[in-house]
Design a protein around this ligand. Structure first.
Ligand code: F6P
Length: 358
């Protein structure tokens, strides 16, 4: 049997561990693995791919990025069609099917987030034997308690906060750290909590700038003259809009960025406190995966091969309660897993005095 694998969307620490897991497990079954380059683009005829065998994937687990390359734009970005549903144009899907047929691919593993898995589902609904593997640093996919990449991403936030603490304290400043998280604030929440942030601003909890300023003034009054604020790129004022760098960027959606600077200016205006802003950006996506993400990626890859061997197509690998199982791909897409404002974890943060600006 010959199987294919592709990763699509933004890169994510742990992708190479998935590839390592797939190739290792497949080779034990005597299967050949074809790795398509640059996401779904590699499926365009005649196919852009590399043959993956264990000699090619040895040692890649510890590497960030993906040896296959990826893209979050191109021909396979879903567009709203006549029925109001976001889909990849049918002529592009046909091209992908032609390549898969021509290369005699018996199953295709799609490693991706919400958008890429939706494309995977579209292929599956048209007869392609697809297995999904969840991938996103944002940790916002439904039907899996965790995705690889998240642990590495928020570890970077914690490291940044550890550094910002010392300079903020030395100068008695407020420092605002902008982190990734378009719709979901998991990176800001986990990173902020573990890094000891005093204010955490999330897309799920619209904030009031006066309340943020009040919290900072109170800290000053108590002799705590530095404040660290973590803000997710998708967070916004109660009355404000999401701040963008580029309206409708190259991948068809607005490119976010700039809320950190806005919040810093507002803090300085409202509190009189010297304030600086810092954007972590793609440092959160690059670099070596943590040990946890390596293990998770590896387990996801091995599980994907097992699902193929059991003929469980249309399923996505899923992590639930320390166990790697599977769920239908359709359970994971179309709706994101967001931070619940009245959840235990938010309450825990409030319990140690974190201000959410609400
Ligand atoms: O993977 C999602 C994400 O990390 C978002 O949090 C962020 O908005 C986006 O990727 C940035 O992606 P890029 O710069 O590659 O377009």
């Amino acid at each position: 049997m010959r199987i294919g694998i592709l990763n699509s969307g933004g890169d994510c620490p742990g992708l190479n561990a998935v590839i390592h897991g797939v190739v290792g497990a497949a080779s034990r079954l005597g299967w050949e693995v074809i790795g398509f380059r640059d996401g779904f683009e590699g499926l365009l005829p005649p196919g852009d791919y590399m043959v993956l065998d264990p000699s090619r994937t040895v040692g890649i687990m510890k590497l960030g990025g993906t040896i296959l390359g990826t893209t979050n734009k191109g021909h396979f970005v879903a567009k709203i069609g006549e029925g109001g549903v976001a889909e990849v144009p049918q002529e592009i899907v046909e091209k992908a099917k032609t390549t898969l047929r021509h290369l005699e691919i018996g199953a295709l593993i799609v490693v991706g987030g919400d958008g890429s898995l939706t494309t995977g589902l579209q292929l599956y609904n048209q007869g392609v034997p697809v297995i999904g593997v969840p991938k996103t640093i944002d940790n916002d996919l439904q039907a899996t308690a965790m995705t690889f990449g998240f642990d590495s991403a928020y570890a970077t936030v914690v490291d940044a906060l550890d550094r910002l603490h010392t300079t903020a304290e030395s100068h008695k400043r407020a420092i605002v750290l902008e982190v990734m998280g378009r719709h979901a604030g998991w990176i800001a929440l986990y990173g902020g909590m573990a890094g000891g942030a005093d204010v955490i601003l999330l897309p799920e909890i619209p904030f009031n700038m006066n309340k943020v300023a009040e919290a900072i003034k109170q800290r000053d009054a108590q002799g705590r003259h530095s404040t660290l604020v973590v803000v997710a790129e998708g967070a916004h004022w109660e009355t404000g809009e999401i701040v963008t760098k580029e309206k409708v960027g190259s991948k068809g959606e607005d490119r976010l960025g700039g809320i950190g600077d806005r919040v810093a200016v507002a803090i300085q205006e409202l509190t009189g406190k010297e304030t600086r802003a810092c954007t972590l950006g793609h440092l959160q996506r690059g670099g070596a995966p943590t040990a946890l993400d390596r293990i998770l990626g590896l387990r996801f890859g091995v599980k994907a091969v097992q699902l193929i061997s059991e003929g469980k197509f249309g399923q996505m690998v899923s992590y639930q309660q320390y166990h790697v199982g599977s769920v239908p791909i359709e359970d994971a897409v179309m709706k994101l897993r967001l931070v619940t404002p009245d959840s235990e974890i938010v309450a825990a943060a409030r319990g140690v005095g974190v201000c959410f600006g609400d």
